[in-house]
Design a protein around this ligand. Structure first.
Ligand code: SF4
Length: 308
């Protein structure tokens, strides 16, 4: 149970463009949302207090949540997946780490199958009708956000330099974590597209649905990978079939699902003549290094297409 206070001050882990959408969902439950900030200092805090081999999203969100508590958050709302990768344990391990560091807070993990009850714990004073409305509005806001951004629309113009981005969902979608790959590619005249979106993530999670590319991708793997490993293989097949000029595989260092499928992604790209750039994200990434790699990659595709 949350402590009694006038208004609950809640923080939750950032996730790119969608941070504002989830903020609105919690605000609709009559709580104040406190944002942390992602700076070199807060990321370093997360890195310093995480096991070295922990994946980068864990470290980034740990620093972000600690900063939010410093700014006045008294309660953390965390997403808890029931999948196969380490994500399912994040909330518990982060809770323990922050408590050992002396932080005082409540924590509410949100699970898909008990979402109504979990959201009620965020503010027990709010009724279920309001919670259901907040969830429905959030879903609509997610769809609207994706409709309003070109990167989420997978229709392509063959005259453009079309690049499909896929990999681990947090590092693909969070511009701070990937040093703004989308902005950099757009600045170089390319058309980057996200193969992953929050609406697909939720829809696939709720329905367990697998599209044709996912079913096709299964034949290249011996079993489930967890995370978005299967999606990464499927996205190579999709990029090739749908006429993309190149793909970028974005993954955090030590991300088990993506590292597992990396050789498969690489072989499939080679067999199909599809240019591939692998971008591994961690705290040691350098903006300049990433800029140079992207610039070279786009230039090579441009020459290959003969659009110079
Ligand atoms: S998918 Fe990878 S980066 Fe994301 S939580 Fe799982 S292991 Fe970590």
């Amino acid at each position: 149970m949350l402590r009694k206070q006038d208004r609950v001050r809640v923080a939750f882990p950032n996730i790119g463009d969608y941070t504002g959408v989830f903020e609105d969902m919690l605000t609709a439950l009559d709580v104040d949302v406190i944002r942390g900030e992602l700076t070199e200092k807060t990321i370093n805090f997360g890195v310093q207090h995480s096991p070295v081999m922990m994946c980068y999203p864990y470290k980034v969100t740990l620093g972000y949540l600690a900063d939010a508590i410093d700014r006045g958050a008294s309660s953390l709302v965390h997403f808890s997946s029931c999948g196969r990768c380490r994500y399912r344990h994040y909330w518990k391990v982060q809770e323990q780490t922050l408590r050992e560091l002396g932080y005082d807070f409540e924590i509410v993990p949100l699970k898909g199958r008990s979402i109504l009850k979990d959201l009620k714990k965020v503010n027990p004073g709010v009724g279920y009708t309001r919670i259901i409305k907040a969830i429905r509005d959030t879903w609509n806001a997610i769809l609207e956000l994706e409709r309003g951004k070109e990167e989420y629309c997978l229709n392509i113009d063959r005259d453009d330099i079309n690049i499909l981005l896929f990999g681990e969902i947090f590092t693909v979608l969070d511009g701070k974590a990937n040093l703004d790959i989308v902005g950099k590619l757009a600045g170089l005249g390319a058309k980057p597209k996200y193969a992953l979106s929050m609406s697909h993530y939720i829809r696939d999670g709720v329905t367990g649905r697998k599209d044709g590319y996912l079913r096709l991708a299964e034949q290249y793997l011996d079993g489930p990978t967890g995370g978005h490993g299967l999606h990464s293989v499927a996205n190579v097949l999709k990029a090739h079939e749908e006429g993309f000029d190149a793909v970028i595989h974005i993954l955090p260092m030590s991300c088990a699902p993506e590292i597992l499928v990396q050789p498969v992604v690489s072989i499939l790209c080679r067999q199909r003549g599809l240019p591939l750039l692998t971008v591994e994200c961690d705290e040691n990434n350098s903006e300049l290094n990433e800029e140079t790699r992207l610039e070279t990659f786009v230039e090579l595709i441009r020459r290959r297409k003969g659009t110079r």
